[in-house]
Design a protein around this ligand. Structure first.
Ligand code: 5AD
Ligand code: SF4
Length: 472
């Protein structure tokens, strides 16, 4: 049993990050493990987790498991979890209750928890105490070991736990079963060293480790060859890409090189305002295939709260960067993340956040009530805000955010935009997809158009989507 340790997870050393290549050690034996068996996997949280799930699915299918979307008919249930806020904890523990019930009714069910919650010492202790009918817990650094772990979990009665709390390595060549045939996630870095005081990610995902640029470019080239149109370069803080490699090669250089592969669209998430350089702005505005879309979390509009959050920029510095992006990148769409109810947030601080939203008129924003995470500095802050005040602030903020999301969409009325059609929409005969500014568009079109980038004339505008007609 290898349990997570918060004190280990906090450590940062100068040890060199190892890049390893994933290989099956015993696939011939393991190939039969999932024969005539089904797996169900549920993913909570961010794009990182979604992409990890794509790796997990591929490993399971190499072991002959087939996917089901009904957990009751599965022989293997995996919950890939998120630790960022308490509400996911509650959902996961609720699901574990249902799994217990299923295991009582049905033999031959293996249940596993992985992802960021598995990295939390408190969660694993709780699992051992109250949910020890689970068969397997594995961490974000242990996905490469999944085949062996499953083999153990299937053959033994007690719960198998393997969660490394170290700084992490870089694992190349994991198999992947991508959800889409048209757009793909590409990790460019793992972990985070920013240690914003509210955030658990630096403890659950390890230290900042950038992938070698050649491996990234090779992956994008392969995707182009397979017919993919769009890549999203993924990392907790992509603007810091390369800083840990000391090769004088950062996100600006990487974007330039990825733009040279013939991929039609490139975007990147998530950006930290602290590391956004003028050079990056130059590269984005001068490449047709880099999407004019930037997710730039502000978190709060009050410099006092930003300081307490450890964000290392002031409201004014954020606004200066915001204006620079708007003035330099044509039609850029900017979205953000905002937390309300951080400890010590006064009514004035909150009003400053509202004022900033009024000023920036974000295309959209993900808004959250502060959730105290064990092990983070903010967990120990005393000046907490009542839940009902948090709720009121969140409601008020959402009203303002929604107002400006509609204002941003209104600008598209009567315009013709390029849309990558990616799925059938709920309405019969319609397809949906995104513009290069990440606006969701619904359009009447034949299924044979899926995967194509088409011109659409916008006829109708809603808060969260646009409707239009195909133009040739
Ligand atoms: N409470 C509330 N929101 C949080 N986020 C991160 N940690 C917390 C927390 N403890 C939000 C931030 C981040 C987004 C992914 O989740 O806004 O940008
Ligand atoms: Fe968390 Fe801050 Fe790192 Fe983002 S930059 S993952 S909010 S610590």
């Amino acid at each position: 049993m290898l349990k997570p340790s918060l004190s280990e997870a906090k450590k940062r050393t100068n040890k060199e990050v190892l890049t390893k290549s994933f290989e099956y050690t015993n696939l011939d034996n393991l190939k039969e493990l999932g024969k005539n068996k089904k797996y169900f996997i549920r993913t909570y949280g961010c794009q990182m987790n979604e992409h990890d799930t794509e790796n997990i699915k591929a490993i399971l299918e190499d072991m002959s498991y087939t996917e089901t979307d009904d957990y009751e008919e599965a022989n293997l249930i995996i919950l890939n979890t998120c630790a960022i806020r308490e509400n996911v904890h509650n959902k996961v523990f609720g699901m574990l209750g249902r799994i217990k019930n299923l295991k009582e009714r049905k033999d031959d069910v293996i249940a596993a928890v992985c992802g960021c919650m598995a990295q939390e010492e408190v969660v694993v202790n709780e699992i051992l105490e109250k949910y020890n009918y689970l068969d397997l817990v594995f961490g974000t650094h242990n996905i490469g070991n999944l085949p062996k772990l499953l083999e153990k979990a299937v053959s033994k009665k007690e719960i198998e736990i393997e969660v490394i709390s170290g700084e992490g390595s870089v694992l190349e060549n994991l198999p992947v079963k991508r959800d889409s045939k048209y757009k793909a996630w590409v990790n460019i870095m793992f972990g985070c060293d920013k240690f914003c005081t509210y955030c658990i990610v630096p403890y659950t995902r390890g230290k900042q480790r950038s992938r070698n640029k050649d491996n990234i470019i090779e992956e994008v080239n392969e995707l182009v060859e397979k017919g993919y149109s769009e890549v999203t370069l993924l990392g907790q803080n992509v603007n810091a890409y390369g800083k840990d490699l000391n090769e004088n090669y950062g996100l600006a250089e990487l974007l330039k090189d990825v733009a040279k592969t013939n991929i039609k669209r490139i975007r990147f998430v998530t950006s930290h305002p602290w590391d956004f350089t003028d050079e990056m702005i130059e590269i984005i505005k001068s490449h047709e295939n880099i999407m004019p879309y930037i997710h730039l979390p502000i978190q709060s509009g009050s410099t006092k709260i930003l300081q307490k959050m450890g964000r290392k920029y002031s409201k004014e510095e954020y606004l200066t960067l915001f204006d620079k992006l708007k003035n330099n990148i044509k039609n850029v769409s900017i979205t953000t993340d905002i937390i309300v109810g951080f400890p010590g947030e006064s009514e004035e601080d909150f009003n400053e956040t509202i004022e900033v939203v009024e000023k920036c008129k974000f295309d959209s924003a993900f808004t959250f009530a502060f959730s105290a995470r064990v092990g983070t500095p903010a967990y120990k802050m005393k000046d907490t805000i009542d839940d009902d005040v948090k709720k009121q602030r969140l409601n008020k903020l959402n009203q303002v955010v929604n107002k400006y999301a509609k204002v941003a969409n209104d600008k598209y009325l009567g315009k013709t935009v390029e849309v990558l059609l990616e799925k059938e929409s709920l309405k019969e005969g319609f397809l949906s997809g995104y513009t290069d500014t990440m606006k969701l568009v619904n359009v009447e079109a034949d299924k044979s158009m899926l995967g194509k980038i088409v011109s659409v004339y916008i006829t109708d505008v809603k808060t969260w989507s646009l409707n239009g007609e195909l133009r040739s």
